[in-house]
Design a protein around this ligand. Structure first.
Ligand code: ATP
Ligand code: MG
Length: 204
């Protein structure tokens, strides 16, 4: 039997993509020996305020600019191109159906580890993928381990914690800085920085 391929999925609104996303994806790739990581900008984010979210095409463009120097990273437009709401369980089941020889590792930050029980069909997300969770904000590794145990018991979830260290960067923080015309240099890759400045994104 041929060995399974291991693919990481880094999903997000990416409004905009920042170094936090890139670092956790790279750590996940290294620590779990993933063959590749697909960055997947979300379609219409049903849990976020839509007025603040830039069109999928622009978020995809920034994601492409951000990952282009890493040969293990690529962008999937699967969710942005789908009509209507997109749900993680549908995306993962679709990928598993198309590529039965691939194991999927869904990469996320601590906040998502608490939110995902409220996502549509969490049990199907856990059945279709391993979860790799990175620390974020005020959650300690102990709190995360407790939440992971809860999800393992309730859903049979396969969850591992990533060793990443805290990266206090968020897209909302970057949008806030842009609104105030403050510097976002070094919080996003240089190419993304140039794109945001040139196109005057997230300004008032
Ligand atoms: P926003 O502030 O608009 O919610 P965000 O920075 O949280 O944006 P998302 O696109 O919502 O970015 O995040 C996609 C995924 O990346 C989520 O699982 C989130 O937890 C994770 N993530 C984002 N930033 C970090 C970070 N600095 N450290 C760890 N995980 C992160
Ligand atoms: Mg978020």
């Amino acid at each position: 039997m041929s060995p399974l391929k291991k693919t990481g999925i880094m999903g997000g609104t990416f409004n905009p993509i920042h170094l936090g996303h890139l670092v956790i994806a790279e750590k996940a790739r290294e620590q779990f020996e993933l063959d590749e990581v697909l960055f997947m900008p979300s379609g219409i984010p049903y849990m976020k305020d839509c007025r603040e979210v830039l069109p999928g095409q622009i978020r995809t463009k920034m994601t492409e600019l951000a990952i282009r120097t890493n040969p293990f990273f690529s962008v999937s437009t699967m969710e942005v191109e789908r009509e209507g709401r997109t749900y993680t369980y549908e995306t993962l089941e679709c990928l598993c159906g198309q590529n039965p020889d691939t194991e999927y590792y869904f990469i996320l930050g601590a906040d998502s580890l608490w939110h995902m029980e409220a996502w549509k069909h969490p049990e199907r997300i856990f059945a279709a993928s391993h979860i790799l969770a990175a620390v974020r904000e005020n959650k300690s590794m102990e709190e995360m381990e407790k939440q992971a145990s809860h999800l393992r018991e309730k859903f049979g979830a396969r969850i591992d914690l990533l060793q990443t260290g805290q990266l206090e960067i968020s897209s909302s923080m970057i949008r806030g800085l842009c609104r105030e015309e403050k510097s976002i240099r070094y919080l996003v890759p240089e190419a993304v920085y140039d794109y945001i400045i040139q196109n005057k994104l997230y300004r008032k």
